[in-house]
Design a protein around this ligand. Structure first.
Ligand code: OFO
Length: 166
């Protein structure tokens, strides 16, 4: 049976991944409703799916270890954005928050000497590094582009090219 504090912390992460999935779904819908942001919309639809996958992976682990994964209630995420840059700022800020939370989980696993969970969490540590990298890169590109329309056109066209997403 898993340590209670560990289980509670993992369930808290389940909620965080669910919130990430909802937040990115909202970003996808916002982009979808704007002219010329089809690539960005698809990027966030996929990102939302990934977060759901992160959530389910955690749930399965909790249940496998004799715990009980709890499906959380969620509040409505931000649904409109003043600009593309502010949408991607939110994306980066969100990923940094998730990384912090994963680091806290690793710390808890060590504290309660749950080495199996510590091992399990390494996948999330790596995943967060990659997500942060992508979010930073996209924000840097948008900073360079500024208000340049052809730059924004290329940004949207290339966002799914796979160059930034490993
Ligand atoms: Fe689940 O990795 Fe992003 O939030």
């Amino acid at each position: 049976m898993m340590n209670q504090q560990m289980m509670d912390s993992l369930n808290n992460q389940v909620k965080m991944e669910a919130e990430s999935s909802q937040a990115y779904l909202a970003l996808a819908s916002w982009a979808d409703a704007q002219p010329g942001l089809d690539g960005v919309a698809e990027f966030f639809y996929r990102q939302s799916d990934e977060e759901r996958m992160h959530m389910i992976k955690l749930m399965k682990y909790i249940n496998e270890r004799g715990g009980f994964a709890i499906i959380p209630a969620l509040s409505q995420p931000q649904i409109t954005y003043v600009s593309l840059k502010s949408a991607f700022d939110l994306f980066l800020k969100h990923e940094l928050k998730v990384s912090e939370s994963i680091n806290d989980l690793v710390e808890t696993a060590l504290k309660v000497k749950d080495y199996a969970t510590h091992n399990f969490l390494q996948w999330y540590v790596n995943e967060q590094m990659e997500e942060e990298r992508v979010a930073r890169l996209l924000n840097e590109k948008l900073e360079l582009i500024g208000e340049d329309k052809s730059g924004l056109y290329l940004f949207d066209r290339d966002i799914l090219s796979g160059k930034q997403k490993a």
